[in-house]
Design a protein around this ligand. Structure first.
Ligand SMILES: CC(=O)N[C@H]1[C@@H](OP(=O)(O)OP(=O)(O)OC[C@H]2O[C@@H](n3ccc(=O)[nH]c3=O)[C@H](O)[C@@H]2O)O[C@H](CO)[C@@H](O)[C@@H]1O
Length: 365
C-alpha cells in the first residue's frame, strides 16, 4: 500500500450474510484505499448494517441450492439467472474492472456475471472444506485464495494460493476494551457463537457460568439477537450482549474463549493468541466447522468438543481446569498465535491488484 490516491480502478466486492463472509472482505477493502469500491449484497442481511457507511451497497435476491433436485431447485436456478443478468448490468454500467468475493450464495451470480464479461474475479474461501459455490466455480476465477493450506486440495492447483483469512486492522494492533469496564487483573471468559450467536451454545454457557463466576472470572457472552433467554442470567460480572463491535479488544483481553468454530472467529483467535474451547456448529455445511477446528486442536491451541457429546458438567470442569492453569493457557495462546497469518489482508489485496492489472501468472485474467 504505497500511493493512496484513488486510481479510478473500480472494484465490486461481493460478500454477504455473515460476519465470516463480510469481515474478511472489509479487512481486504481496508488495504485497497486507492480503489473505488462498491459492494454487492442481499437486502436483509448483515451487510446492510456494516457496509453502507463505508461503501455504496447494491442488493440482489439470491438463495442457496437445495440438496435434492426438484421444482424448487429449478426456481432457484431461474432466480440465479436473473441475478446474473442484474450483476452483469451493474458491472457494465459501473465500469467495474473486476470482482472480489468471499464465497457463499452471492458469489455465484457475481462470478458468472464477471466472467461472462471477461472481467477478473478473485475468490477467497476461508473454510477448511470449500463451500459448494467455491468448488463449482473456482475453476472460472482468476485467483482462488484460501484460509487453510488444506483447503487447496479440492481446488484448481495452479490458481489457488494460501493467504490465510484477513482480519480487520484493529486485530493487528493493541486495541483497548474501553466500553466494557472489566478489572485488569481478573480472568475473562468470552463466549461467542459466530456473528449470529448460537442458542444451544448460549444455553450451555449460561449453565456453566455461575461456577466460572464463583471462581473469580468475568464472562462476556455474545448471544446474537435471536435468543429469547439472552438476559436470563443476572450477575454483576456477567455481561450478555447481542453483538459487540470491538471484537479485537475483547479477544486480546480474553483469557479463554468458548466458541463455535467459524473460520472468521478462529482466525481472530489465532491473531490475538487466545486459547479456546471450540464447539463446532453441528449443522454447518459438510461439517466444515469441525474441519476448521481441527487445525486449532492439531497444534494444541484449543480443545474441540462435539455439541452432542458435551455436557454442561464437562464444559464447566474443562474451563475451570484452564482457569486454574495459567501456564497451560499460555502454551495454548502461543500455539494459537503460531497459526496466525498477520498479513493475509495485504496478500489478498495484492492478488486483487495483480488480477485487475492482468499480471496474474497461471490465471485467466
Ligand atoms: C453458522 C455458520 O454457518 N457460520 C459460518 C459463517 O460465519 P459466522 O459469521 O457464523 O462465524 P465466523 O466465526 O466465521 O465469523 C464471525 C465474525 O463475526 C464477528 N463478530 C461476532 C460476534 C460479535 O458480537 N461481534 C463480531 O464482530 C467475529 O469477530 C467474526 O469476525 O461463515 C464462515 C465463513 O464462511 C463459516 O466458517 C461459518 O461456519
Amino acid at each position: 500500500m504505497t500511493d493512496q490516491r484513488p486510481t479510478g480502478q473500480r472494484l465490486l466486492i461481493a460478500a454477504s450474510g455473515t460476519g465470516g463472509h463480510l469481515f474478511p472482505a472489509i479487512a481486504t477493502a481496508e488495504q485497497l484505499p486507492d480503489f473505488e469500491i462498491e459492494w454487492l449484497g442481499v437486502s436483509d442481511r448483515l451487510e446492510t448494517q456494516l457496509v453502507p457507511s463505508h461503501y455504496p451497497l447494491h442488493t440482489i435476491a439470491v438463495t442457496g441450492l437445495q440438496k435434492r433436485f426438484g421444482l424448487e431447485t429449478l426456481r432457484i436456478l431461474w432466480r440465479l439467472m436473473g441475478a446474473v443478468f442484474q450483476v452483469r448490468k451493474l458491472l457494465q454500467q459501473g465500469q467495474f474492472r473486476g470482482v472480489l468475493t468471499t464465497g457463499g450464495y452471492i458469489a455465484a451470480p457475481a462470478i458468472l456475471a464477471a466472467r461472462s464479461l471477461g472481467l477478473p474475479v478473485v475468490l477467497h474461501e476461508s473454510n477448511a472444506i470449500p463451500g459448494k459455490v467455491t468448488r463449482f466455480l473456482a475453476w472460472f476465477c482468476s485467483r482462488v485464495a484460501v484460509g487453510f493450506p488444506v483447503t487447496a486440495r479440492a481446488l484448481p492447483t495452479q490458481r489457488t494460493v494460501w493467504v490465510g483469512t484477513p482480519v480487520r486492522s484493529q486485530f493487528r494492533q493493541p486495541t483497548p476494551l474501553s466500553s466494557l469496564e472489566i478489572p485488569p487483573e481478573v480472568p475473562l471468559i468470552v463466549g461467542v457463537g459466530g456473528s449470529q450467536g448460537a442458542i444451544a451454545l448460549n444455553r450451555l454457557i449460561r449453565q456453566c457460568a455461575p461456577a466460572w463466576l464463583a471462581a473469580g472470572a468475568w464472562v462476556v457472552h455474545l448471544t446474537g439477537d435471536s435468543d429469547p433467554d439472552a438476559h436470563s442470567l443476572i450477575h454483576p460480572h456477567y455481561v450478555a450482549l447481542p453483538f459487540y463491535d470491538n471484537m479485537a479488544g475483547l479477544l486480546q483481553r480474553a483469557s479463554l474463549a468458548v466458541s463455535r468454530a467459524g473460520a472468521g472467529t478462529l482466525t481472530e483467535l489465532a491473531v490475538t493468541g487466545t486459547p479456546a474451547i471450540l464447539i463446532p456448529y453441528p449443522y454447518a455445511a459438510e461439517d466444515h466447522q469441525t474441519h476448521n477446528a481441527a487445525s486449532f486442536a492439531a497444534v494444541g491451541a484449543g480443545f474441540v468438543y462435539q455439541q452432542a457429546d458435551l455436557t454442561p458438567e464437562m464444559l464447566e470442569t474443562q474451563v475451570l481446569a484452564l482457569l486454574h492453569d495459567p501456564t497451560r493457557r499460555e502454551q495454548m495462546a502461543h500455539q494459537a498465535a503460531s497459526l496466525a497469518v498477520t498479513d493475509s489482508a495485504e496478500q489478498l489485496a495484492m492478488l486483487v491488484r495483480q488480477s485487475l492489472a492482468g499480471t496474474v501468472r497461471n490465471g485467466v485474467a
